[in-house]
Design a protein around this ligand. Sequence first.
Ligand SMILES: NC(=O)CCC(=O)C(=O)O
Length: 264
Amino acid sequence: MRASLLQIDVNDGESVDSRRRRVAALVREQAGVDLIVLPELWTTGAFAYESFGTEAESLEGPTFEVMAKAASDAGTWLHAGSIPERDADGTLYNTSLVFTPSGDLAAAYRKIHRFGFDKGEAVLMGAGGELVTVRLPETTLGIATCYDLRFPELFRGLVDAGAETLVLSAGWPERRRSHWTLLAQARAVENQAFVLACGTAGTHADVPQAGHSIVVDPWGEVLAEAGAGEQVLTVDFDPGKVATTREQFPALKDRMLGLTAPRR
Ligand SMILES: NC(=O)CCC(=O)C(=O)O
């Protein structure tokens, strides 16, 4: 299976419309791969909090339209990253869109763990409440977004729902790049799954981005890693390695569920 992670340079000097057109062209250029992955909130930037409201779209807004067309033109499964979604009640969500090779919406995932503690995304956006998996011919994707990477129980839930390839769309800052690499490898090893983690490059809202999108196999080996700048990271991987790893080293079968809290 061949996947391309598009590590997009998101900077304040480029308009959202221009970036949308540029990214759609990049998606079309990847025709022939099986799966394309884009980063989190690449229209605005994940830290451009003041743009979330002004650039918010309905689920079937301009990014949906452009990306559905790009997926069908490329004839490829497309995880189109996330958009600031505004629902019918006016609530904002950080919502990832996954398209089939025909350009139909296969799934939408509203980010569950919002970043910012008492500001930014954490106060501006609502929290998703549903895990999302997507069945491809070769593998089942488990969808997660950026800060979700710090919450192992979310990924265990995805594995319990059948995920074999964990796809993370992110806008991770350079300041915590060591956590990014470490956690991507940890999620792959503990879940015996592929991790495809696609971040952004450049600087937006004064937050330099880490880049370094990464693909890790179920044994924790790094199959490919991007540099800091805009880059298309293309990788070939064998989805069958999930089953063989889980058979040969069946640690997932040794889980002890339902542990009780210590008695005081
Ligand atoms: N956009 C995000 O979720 C940022 C997450 C982050 O910076 C971190 O977990 O560290």
